[in-house]
Design a protein around this ligand. Structure first.
Ligand code: NZQ
Ligand code: ZN
Length: 388
């Protein structure tokens, strides 16, 4: 295990009806006027946004409400929202939605007190100051409700990139599993793949002796695996949605990743698909991650075999490589069973796109990407080709 500092200051408020007390939590943070952001309208149709806004009124918190954040959120919305936040003098950002809305709220929170272009933060400038952010989560997936990260697409250059800072971790996150009941099956499946990917990005490491975090990663993966099909069959299965909602947070607030080098190549490969073809994040990962696993199997067959045995119930054998391969196959079958794609063509991405994907990856990440295996652009090309 390596040295680490872990700070997770977010207050998590979990359970039915808790979103009706959102105003109270903003007031507790000292918020007087909030910019409330939401996405394409699911929370309008479900009536949840109305309930949240009523709770702000009841707590004496003023607000301005702005909808329209798109999946794979873009920079133009952020610029507009920064202007609106400044004009309205808001002192708090409230995201009602999933990763796209939360990441947009974080970008606005960092952008308001900064005089330059907020995209500077996504090009390497550290975020040192931000307005406070609160979250009412509607989809278990990205884990942004507990993470210091935000991912935005620079629409002009078609580059999807992230930044992170502890000052972007939400002050509070309200996790009410009932808010997920309206999720379409495909979105749930995408979220499941994303949270599993967050664990796998941490699991595959060259750091040795990770007894605690290995087991934590495996435990969360098992819980996700056990709950996944239940929500695909019945989106109103409260207990299964509850398990996924908490698992999605644990998968990415980094409690499962402390003390170990992490990889993150699969996310970088997947982001290029989303930036160029607007593919849902979890769907891009469903195609890319199994190919990355196959490509990297020989980096540490014992670690692959360990995961295969403990999570995918592959029988123990002396042939660790074969065990690892079976684990990858079971993972991909599991994703297919949820209705997720397994090939680029399922995402309507043509094979001819691969050179451009590699070019974009190079522009976003430089000469190599990932840590478990430092992938060159030739490696990345081979992985994209295996996704065909
Ligand atoms: O926009 P609305 O109408 O709300 O519909 C959304 C959207 O179409 C829908 N949805 C969400 N909750 C719903 C619902 N539909 C019905 N009922 C509900 N309760 O789901 C669609 C996807 O929403 P989105 O917010 O895009 O999903 P997700 O949470 O998967 O977020 C994906 C984004 O997060 C980024 C991804 O790259 C992607 O841009 N990530 C952010 C991370 C972070 N900040 O830590 C880490 C992740 O690795 C990821 O990169
Ligand atoms: Zn992700």
């Amino acid at each position: 295990m390596e040295n680490f500092i872990f700070k997770s200051p977010t207050q998590f408020v979990f359970g039915a009806d808790e979103h009706k007390r959102t105003g109270k939590y903003i007031a507790q943070c000292g918020g007087k006027k909030a910019l409330v952001l939401y996405g394409g309208g699911s929370v309008l149709r479900s009536g949840r946004l109305q309930e949240v806004v009523e709770s702000l009124d009841a707590a004496g918190v003023d607000c301005v409400v702005q909808g329209g954040v798109q999946p794979n959120p873009g920079s133009s919305f952020v610029y507009q929202a920064i202007e609106a936040a400044r004009a309205e003098n808001v002192d708090f950002l409230l995201a009602v939605g999933g990763g796209s809305v939360i990441d947009t709220a974080k970008a606005v929170a960092a952008g308001v007190p900064y005089s330059g272009d907020f995209l500077d933060f996504y090009r390497g400038r550290p975020v040192e100051k931000a307005l406070p952010v609160g979250v009412v989560l509607t989809i278990p997936a990205a884990g942004s409700e507990g993470s210091p990260n935000t991912v935005i697409t620079d629409e002009e250059n078609k580059i999807k990139k992230g930044t992170k800072s502890d000052c972007l971790r939400p002050q509070f996150a309200i996790l009410n599993p009932e808010l997920t009941f309206t999720l379409p099956k495909y979105q749930s499946a995408c979220g499941i793949c994303d949270m599993m990917s967050h664990i796998l990005e941490r699991y595959f490491t060259k750091t040795q002796d990770n007894a605690v975090t290995d087991r934590m990663c495996e435990a969360v993966l098992l819980a996700v695996k056990d709950s996944a099909m239940r929500v695909i069959i019945d989106s109103e299965d409260y207990q299964a949605q509850a398990a996924l909602m908490w698992a999605g947070m644990l998968a990415h607030n980094n409690i499962c990743g402390v003390g170990r080098e992490q990889d993150w190549a699969s996310h970088a490969l997947a982001h290029q698909l989303s930036a160029l073809y607007d593919v849902a994040h979890g769907a891009a990962l469903a195609v890319v991650f199994p190919a990355w696993l196959r490509y990297c199997l020989d980096e540490d067959v014992n670690l692959f075999a360990q995961l295969a045995a403990r999570v995918w119930q592959v029988p123990e054998s002396d042939d660790k490589r074969q065990m690892g391969l079976q684990g990858i196959e079971r993972f991909q079958d599991f994703l297919r069973g949820l209705g997720l794609p397994s090939k680029l063509e399922h995402l309507d991405v043509p094979a001819e796109a691969i050179p451009q994907l590699v070019e974009q990856l190079h522009a976003a990440c430089g000469d190599t990407v990932g840590n478990f295996k430092k992938l060159t652009m030739a490696d990345a090309e081979a992985i994209y080709k295996d996704c065909q």
